[in-house]
Design a protein around this ligand. Structure first.
Ligand SMILES: *Cc1c(COP(=O)(O)O)cnc(C)c1O
Length: 432
């Protein structure tokens, strides 16, 4: 099949029946708003934006009305190589003609090829593939519990996590995550989980004991505000885990695969975990996740102890290999650092010029803009204003605007996005 290369895709001409939110039945009446129509068939746990993305290329997205947006969100820290990268399309197409799915009683070349890349470039010896960040963390926590039980018996099951952490939405991961608003309505919750304040080595030392099987940390807390862990906190976690035979788990679902300017964020510090989870950018848009671990812990996942139907499927792993090879390049790392610094400087200037931000923080191309005091709690309303002006951004909690654009962000993308962001900020400030 012919590739489109990097030329813009032709504008779609849609028949009404192709609209994703319509059916053959005349479900839409004139009195329904677009938003109501969009929520017709889906559960209401997402509150959708009032535009419908239709196609995308690089850092540009077009909606069904043909309006252009610059994607500084990277989907949601997922599209590390932008949208529709030709090398990923080629890998997906090639694999689509060979093998889509096969039982996990077989291994495949794409899965072995991607696992080899991950092992060769990290602390890890073994890889477990799955489909989402939550599943990778679920696997990490189950591995840590089982390893501790196999070696030390039932009493060693406690998991120590951080307040405001985010580890996914399964019942176990939402309980380990440190945001009760995401877990309390689903009680009773799994037991044996303690939380300590992030970046508080003394509190961590107090919580970790001989009963601890794992400490789980995000090297940069993503969802709750783009807060980097201090090297002292990570070092304390490593030492405590060594002293008490507990597994140190780094949740790099958001920070991993080049986002911070290294392949994984732990590589900035040299403090290695026993288990690392990766998802979001690993498939760069195709659902794919991995749990990495060492030869010391891996044997606890004996045959039959854990599993997945779709994990490691050939389509996902073929895309993952192509994404890995593009992300793990010196020029990609250099672009991430350069554009990260440029974007941070521009956002700091916007903050100074308009008073909208009190500070800008983060690492590489994972950037958080903390709203100034008068605008605290209003991050979501700013993202709506940015979208109106043609820029996609994210929130990280109620007070922080988060940017996680493509690692291949160009000077053109940046110089087109900045005036739109400034216009959005000025208009939004007038309405506050
Ligand atoms: C997004 C995220 C998850 C959850 O990943 P899903 O693919 O949505 O399950 C877990 N941990 C961190 C740090 C994340 O950013």
């Amino acid at each position: 099949m012919k590739q489109r290369g990097t030329r813009p895709l032709p504008k779609h001409t849609k028949r009404p029946s192709e609209n994703a939110f319509q059916t053959a039945k005349p479900a839409q009446t004139k009195s329904q708003t677009k938003e109501q129509t969009m929520q017709n068939y889906l559960t209401p746990n997402f509150s959708f934006a009032p535009v419908v993305p239709d196609r995308a290329l690089g850092s540009r997205v077009w909606d069904t009305e043909g309006r252009e947006y610059i994607d500084l969100a990277g989907g949601i820290a997922v599209n590390a190589l932008g949208h529709c990268h030709p090398a990923l399309i080629a890998a997906l197409n090639e694999q689509a003609h060979k093998l889509w799915h096969i039982s996990n009683i077989y291994t495949t070349e794409p899965a072995q090829n991607l696992a080899r890349r991950l092992v060769e470039h990290t602390f890890a010896d073994k890889v477990f593939f799955c489909n989402s960040g939550a599943e990778a963390n679920e696997a990490a926590l189950k591995l840590a519990r089982k390893h501790a039980r196999d070696r030390f018996g039932e009493g060693k099951h406690q998991i120590v996590a951080c307040t405001n952490a985010f580890h996914g939405r399964t019942l176990f991961t939402v309980s380990v995550g440190g945001q009760p608003k995401y877990s309390r309505d689903f009680a009773p919750l799994p037991a044996g989980i303690a939380h300590v304040p992030f970046n508080d080595p003394a509190a961590l030392a107090e919580a970790v004991s001989g009963h601890t099987c794992a400490v789980i940390i995000e090297p940069v807390q993503g969802e709750s505000g783009v807060l980097p862990a201090t090297p002292e906190f990570l070092r304390a976690a490593r030492e405590l885990c060594d002293r008490f035979d507990a597994a140190l788990i780094f949740d790099e679902v958001q920070t991993g695969m080049g986002r911070t300017g290294e392949l994984f964020a732990y590589q900035h510090t040299g403090i290695a975990p026993d288990i690392l989870t990766s998802a979001k950018a690993l498939g760069s848009g195709f659902p794919l996740a991995a749990m990495l671990t060492t030869d010391r812990l891996a044997p606890a996942f004996a045959p039959g102890s854990h599993g997945t139907t779709f994990g490691g499927n050939p389509l996902a792993c073929a895309v993952g290999c192509a994404a890995f090879d593009l992300i793990n390049r010196e020029d990609t790392r250099a672009n991430t650092r350069r554009q990260g610094a440029a974007l941070t400087a521009a956002l700091e200037k916007l903050g100074r010029d308009t008073g909208i931000f009190q500070s800008v923080r983060g690492q590489g191309l994972l950037i958080g803009c903390v709203l100034a005091e008068p605008y605290a709690g209003k991050a979501a309303s700013f993202t709506a204003a940015a979208l109106k002006h043609g820029v996609m951004v994210l929130v990280a909690g109620a007070n922080v605007i988060r940017l996680a654009p493509s690692l291949l962000l160009t000077d053109d993308d940046l110089s087109a996005a900045l005036p739109r962001l400034e216009a959005a900020a000025r208009e939004w400030l007038r309405t506050q």
